[in-house]
Design a protein around this ligand. Structure first.
Ligand code: PMP
Length: 391
């Protein structure tokens, strides 16, 4: 069995068709898209326009002009918050958001912005009533993710957006773990700003986008200055090959999503069904399919610390939580917000499936996880029996 990659929430492999689409951007369309005075520059500019159109199409934007290219979702999240929140403004967000939202919000509190960080329900979802209760006359932005990167919990954005809209407040959604994984339609869902990232949808790293509705964009203050690129909203020479790759990945997602979403959902259910017989396993996040991303399964294996289990399965690529916080010893802020104890958090493994995950890979994972967890539990209990303190 070749290595089994179940860490798609950390990153996805660049699709071959995406790579093939990117190569001409290095070889033939290598010009600066701002150099419209010659054909090579215009070729690059056309490639960027095509990619912008593909991104807009995937997320149901009204116009491709509402798409702003960035270096990834971290930058898109930073720009959404820093670009719209002025001193005196109020932001509503939630405890389980990505750190690129939470740390930016914290930074803005030093610049006169007040922030309400909402608690989540035990399944990791925000209650729309809590958003309604937190709104104030000075609220200038609500920022909530669509899908959580650790648990796959999907906030009820469709129920939240009318509340926010009625208050006349823009809604920013971090769609990094959702775009390309499940249908996202900014207009029908009432989303004013949406962050997305190339490397989560089989495109390259280091490129992403911020969708921003024209009426909201007028108020956005740039973070990067010094050039007229992206209408002056984001200065800097465009990453043409990256943008072309993101466009190709979005085009591919538009084509394959109707088939891949149910297929991945089904495999995730198969994985959970196969792990349950182990006993003393607990799932973090919602159980209702409508409230879940297709590919993420977060499981605590009671009595078996991840640090003892994973070295027994070197062929398996999974993680404990988000890649961004992997190295830190602190309990994940997401699990903490959901009331998961530090002891349980140490036993949590996040499995995240992708388009190329097979039933064989899932069955292999079930077998190897079962053996490894049982072995760790047994050696732990032997250890306890032998220890004088436990007598
Ligand atoms: N938001 C979420 C929910 C994410 O999962 C990630 C990536 N881990 C990001 C933002 C940051 O994306 P990027 O890697 O493109 O900066």
């Amino acid at each position: 069995m070749p290595p089994v990659y179940l860490d798609h929430a950390a990153t996805t492999q660049v699709d071959e068709s995406v790579l093939a689409a990117m190569l001409p951007a290095f070889r033939e369309a290598f010009g600066n898209p701002a150099s419209r005075g010659h054909a090579i520059g215009r070729r690059a500019s056309k490639a960027v326009d095509d990619a912008r159109f593909a991104v807009a199409t995937l997320i149901g934007a009204r116009s491709m002009r509402d798409i702003l290219f960035t270096s990834g979702a971290t930058e898109a999240n930073n720009l959404a918050l820093s670009g719209l929140l002025r001193p005196g403004a109020h932001l509503i967000t939630a405890r389980t958001e990505h750190k690129s939202v939470l740390d930016t919000a914290l930074h803005l509190t030093q610049h006169g912005v007040t922030v309400t960080v909402l608690d989540v329900q035990p399944d990791g979802r925000v209650d729309p009533a809590a958003v309604a209760a937190a709104l104030r006359p000075e609220t200038a932005l609500v920022s909530l993710m669509l899908v959580n990167n650790e648990t796959g919990a999907r906030h009820p954005i469709e129920a939240i957006s009318p509340i926010v809209q009625q208050a006349g407040v823009p809604l920013h959604v971090d769609g990094t773990q959702a775009v390309g994984q499940l249908p996202v339609e900014v207009q029908t869902m009432g989303i004013d700003l949406l962050s997305l990232s190339g490397h989560k949808l089989y495109g390259p790293m280091g490129v992403g986008a911020l969708y921003i509705r024209r009426e909201v964009r007028r108020h956005l203050v740039p973070m990067l200055r010094g050039g007229a690129q992206e209408g002056g909203t984001r200065a800097g020479t465009l990453n043409v090959p990256g943008i072309v790759g993101l466009g190709a990945a979005c085009q591919l997602a538009t084509d394959v999503l109707p088939a891949t979403e149910p297929q991945i959902r089904h495999l995730r259910q198969r994985l959970w069904a196969g792990l349950k017989p182990l006993g003393r396993v607990h799932r973090q996040g919602p159980t209702d399919e409508a409230a879940l991303a297709p590919g993420i399964l977060n499981v605590a294996f009671e009595g078996a610390d991840r640090s003892a289990v994973l070295p027994r399965i070197p062929e398996l690529a999974v993680s404990g939580g988000s890649a961004c916080t992997e190295g830190s010893l602190a309990i994940s802020h997401v699990l903490d917000a959901m009331g998961v104890s530090a002891e349980r958090a140490k036993t949590v493994i996040r499995f995240s499936l992708g388009r190329h995950t097979t039933a064989e890979a899932i069955d292999f994972t079930i077998d190897r996880m079962t053996a490894a967890v049982q072995a760790v539990r047994q050696s732990d209990s032997r250890h306890r029996d032998a220890s004088p303190r436990s007598r």
